[in-house]
Design a protein around this ligand. Structure first.
Ligand SMILES: *Cc1c(COP(=O)(O)O)cnc(C)c1O
Length: 472
């Protein structure tokens, strides 16, 4: 399998090369040349596979330049009961007839991002060793992504992580998760400022091409293709868990921000998984809901982006969305390029009235949004009805899912984090603290290790240069 750019400006490139890269050279996103078609017999054969075997079968279709035996071992090492809490890795909980919760949040940092990031950590280590390369990851986080990346890369050879976070602006639990890591290749930098200050520092470091090249700087953001690919696996796994025959359709409801998670559902569907609906659920930051309702994609300004009780979905633009638009437009890369140029100059494009936009529903996509009050009410309802405490992101998905259920079609709601990470909203909804997994007892009391830094790019560069992985 070779990879192209959504905007047409990249020669066909193997998986091992796109793995460590970010955007395609023309500013587009990296996509596979085609989606492998999974026939009925293969689906049947995959039905009974354990998670790591299924992951191997799917990833190998897209990563032909990784030795099969190495890949099998790498995947087995990634998806273990000790890392993810059970042999199922992503267990499905039946809530009532035709309503399910897909539990994706039992990895090391209690959010679904672990499922992809843990594989990415092992893939990075493998490819860096194979090619005798080094990688220094510089990133900014407001919570979930940074900790998932650190737990994925900790102790890995040839890679170091420099993670910026806004000083004293994450929850005590999130701070403890990140800052208590003692691994020598992990550097936590607490920036005096807000998330955007930290993000701007990272952008200027990545924008300094000379510095970037000299110190082999990379990122692990949500546009990484391997992260999307790793997420495709649990759509198949969940489909098999709630059906007994390959002619049964299943719908999925996905709390969405950067569109990485639901894009993986789209890829699974394009491969032939019988997916009925992909329910894109947003919070008050509803740029995606607006597109699926109207055909207009209008990115928001900073001042139009709200801080909500589902902070991991507080986005002004959806970085993976371009991959779906590419497929919606029938792979017309020149058109994608024009649209994103328009987005750059006008901040919006509009597909309303085009035959292509009329086909959105053929791709299974529907959408909806929730408010804070909707999420609080859903957390209460799910607690009262099923005795399960869900986090505000998962509640968002369940709220929107309710409006898209159909008789005879199971609805699988993706759980994207555990409630313990967002205890303020749980206390507001239920009047008590959320349940906490035993392994996290007293985590706030552990010793913390981080460096305080003013929002100064030159200081950051010096810090990275002095501590980065030496090049071979
Ligand atoms: C990242 C995240 C999301 C959004 O996922 P995308 O792939 O960006 O759409 C939703 N919920 C939680 C808890 C997250 O961490």
């Amino acid at each position: 399998m070779l990879y192209l750019s959504t905007r047409g400006g990249m020669d066909p490139t193997p998986f091992g090369e796109v793995l460590l890269g970010g955007l395609a050279p023309d500013g587009g996103l990296v996509i596979p040349q085609s989606y492998p078609a999974i026939d009925d017999a293969t689906l049947t054969r995959w039905r009974t596979l354990a998670y790591p075997r299924l992951a191997f079968e799917i990833v190998r279709l897209y990563a032909g330049d990784i030795d099969e035996n190495d890949l099998r071992a790498l995947v087995e090492r990634t998806y273990t009961a000790s890392a993810f809490g059970s042999d199922d890795i992503t267990p499905v909980l039946a809530l009532e007839d035709e309503l399910y919760l897909l539990r994706l949040s039992n990895g090391p940092t209690l959010a679904f991002k672990d499922v992809a990031m843990q594989l990415l950590g092992n893939l990075f280590e493998y490819v860096l060793a194979r090619e005798d390369r080094r990688l220094n990851i510089v990133g900014a986080t407001s919570g979930d992504t940074g900790s998932a990346a650190e737990y994925a890369m900790r102790g890995k050879a040839h890679v170091r992580v420099f993670m910026l976070s806004p000083y004293m602006r994450m929850s005590a639990f999130q701070r403890a998760q990140m800052y208590s890591l003692g691994d020598a290749n992990i550097f936590n930098i607490a920036v005096f400022g807000v998330f955007d200050d930290a993000q701007d520092m990272v952008k200027s470091v990545s924008g300094d091409l000379q510095f970037k090249k000299r110190y082999s700087i990379g990122t692990v953001n949500s546009i990484n293709w391997a992260r999307v690919l790793a997420q495709v696996v649990y759509y198949f796994k969940a489909y098999f868990a709630v059906t007994w025959s390959n002619d049964q359709p299943v719908s999925f409801a996905v709390p969405s921000g950067n569109f990485g998670n639901v894009l993986a559902g789209h890829v699974a569907r394009m491969m032939g998984l019988p997916v009925r609906k992909l329910v894109v659920a947003t919070n008050e930051n509803d740029v995606l809901d607006e597109f699926f309702r109207t055909g207009a994609y209008r990115v928001r300004r900073g001042s139009e982006t709200f801080a909500t009780s589902s902070p991991s979905m507080d986005i002004s633009r959806a970085s993976n969305f371009e991959r779906f638009v590419h497929d919606l437009l029938g792979g017309d890369k020149a058109w994608v390029k024009r649209l994103w140029r328009e987005l750059g100059t006008q901040g919006a494009f509009d597909l309303a009235g085009t035959p292509e936009f009329a086909r959105v529903s053929d791709f299974g996509f529907v959408s909806g949004r929730s408010t804070h009050a909707d999420r609080v009410a859903t957390i209460r309802g799910v607690d009262a009805g099923f005795g399960v405490t869900v986090d505000p992101h998962t509640a968002d998905g369940m709220f929107v899912a309710e409006r898209h259920r159909e008789a005879g079609v199971p609805m699988v709601c993706l759980e994207t984090a555990l409630a313990v990470k967002f205890s303020d909203t749980i206390v507001e909804a239920l009047g008590h603290e959320p349940p906490r997994p035993a392994a996290f007892d007293g985590i706030e009391a552990k010793a913390q290790r981080f460096t305080l830094m003013p929002a100064d790019v030159e200081l950051l560069k010096r810090y990275v240069a002095e501590r980065c992985e030496p090049l071979p």
